[in-house]
Design a protein around this ligand. Structure first.
Ligand SMILES: NC(=O)c1ccc[n+]([C@@H]2O[C@H](COP(=O)([O-])OP(=O)(O)OC[C@H]3O[C@@H](n4cnc5c(N)ncnc54)[C@H](OP(=O)(O)O)[C@@H]3O)[C@@H](O)[C@H]2O)c1
Length: 321
């Protein structure tokens, strides 16, 4: 099968389109013919091997597994002997290892039936970004109807999901993005938009019950200044120094949180099948419409990763296979 492979850490140019053996599904695995694969910041970060700390998990000198990508939508090609949820030819979406390829073998527990109403490209946009947005709004933020929610980075992969999920939970939502994306953020339901190229959300005299900050360009104290006394801040950017990324900021927020009335809560989302089902239900009920900003053929995966690495994606960037 064709796959995008890298043997060393480096910029997207280290990727090459290669012929590799297709995976053989285990007893509880499903072989999926990939139709679309979502591109995440994590894929870019592991590709480049920066921050260096991640190499502890992915290979010290070179990547242990040379095919990136986790989020897929596709069609079941074959099933392992103990698979009970799926049958051949069914359309599924979910997460796996090595998504930038024609086939993947994924545990059945990591897949659910794809919503019929959306395309494979839209379905592939959901797993990681949707999981972060849902868990941030529901589990960390515990958003209540009428609360004021600020999403900084509202036009990107996670932001476009978070705006819609917060609206569905009854919040009054403000989205922060650049001028080009104001209409997009309006179109997905944000009540107010702040264009960060002309206005600074920390200087507008507003207060929020929850801030999900994907850009993390302001200090903790600046952001605490626009949180209500019992408000929650989720600093979400993984960007930072070359050694440990955002770890320093995460530790600072965690250390300060017990001493202030507000909750400063960086978090790591966890893949849960029941949350993927919850996201599918939001899609099926029309409350979540995944935004795909750009699609790239498999052979152009390097261009897609380059775009994601620049951190100004419009909705999700997706590979079509
Ligand atoms: N907590 C977790 O478990 C978890 C999981 C996955 C990812 N993440 C983190 O999430 C981040 C990626 O999020 P994503 O996939 O949504 O990124 P994305 O699709 O690249 O979107 C980035 C967004 O940030 C906005 N932005 C860029 N500069 C900004 C600024 N100065 N002020 C305000 N907004 C700005 C962009 O808007 P414009 O294009 O309009 O500039 C865009 O909307 C990474 O840092 C990653 O580490 C966290």
């Amino acid at each position: 099968m064709k796959a995008m492979v890298h043997d060393s850490y480096g910029p997207p140019e280290v990727l090459r389109l290669d012929d590799v053996a297709p995976p053989i599904p285990g007893d509880r695995e499903v072989l999926v013919r990939v139709h679309a694969a979502g591109v995440n910041w994590a894929d870019y970060s592991i590709l480049t091997g920066v921050p260096y700390m991640i190499r502890l998990g992915f290979g010290l000198r070179r990547p242990k597994n040379g095919i990136r990508g986790t989020d897929i939508s596709g069609r079941v090609e074959a099933i392992g002997s103990k698979v009970t949820h799926f049958k051949e030819d069914e359309e599924v979406f979910g997460w796996c290892k090595g998504a930038f390829a024609e086939y993947v073998a994924a545990p059945e527990a990591q897949l659910v039936a794809k919503p019929a109403a959306i395309s494979h490209e839209q379905a592939a946009a959901v797993p990681m970004a949707g999981m972060v947005a849902l868990q941030a709004m529901r589990d960390v933020g515990d958003v209540q109807p009428g609360q004021r929610v600020l999403i900084v980075g509202a036009s990107g992969g996670i932001g476009t999901m978070a705006v819609q999920i917060a609206k569905e939970m009854g919040a009054e939502v403000t989205g922060v993005c650049s001028t080009d994306n104001v209409e997009l953020v309006q179109s997905i339901g944000a009540d107010h938009i702040i264009d960060y190229t002309t206005h600074d959300f920390t200087e507008m005299g507003e207060q929020y019950d929850l801030i999900l900050d994907i850009a993390d360009t302001h200090s903790l104290s600046e952001r605490r200044g626009v949180l209500t006394p019992s408000g929650v801040l989720i600093p979400n950017s993984g960007e930072g120094g070359p050694l440990a990324g955002s770890l320093g900021r995460i530790i600072a927020a965690r250390l300060l949180s017990p001493f202030v009335s507000q909750k400063l809560h960086p978090f790591l989302s966890t893949f849960k099948r029941e949350d993927l089902i919850a996201l599918r239900e939001l899609i099926e009920s029309g409350q979540l419409d995944p935004v795909v900003g750009g699609t790239f053929p498999l052979a152009d995966t390097a261009d897609a990763l380059d775009l994601v690495g620049r951190r100004h994606s419009r909705g999700k960037t997706v590979i079509t296979v």
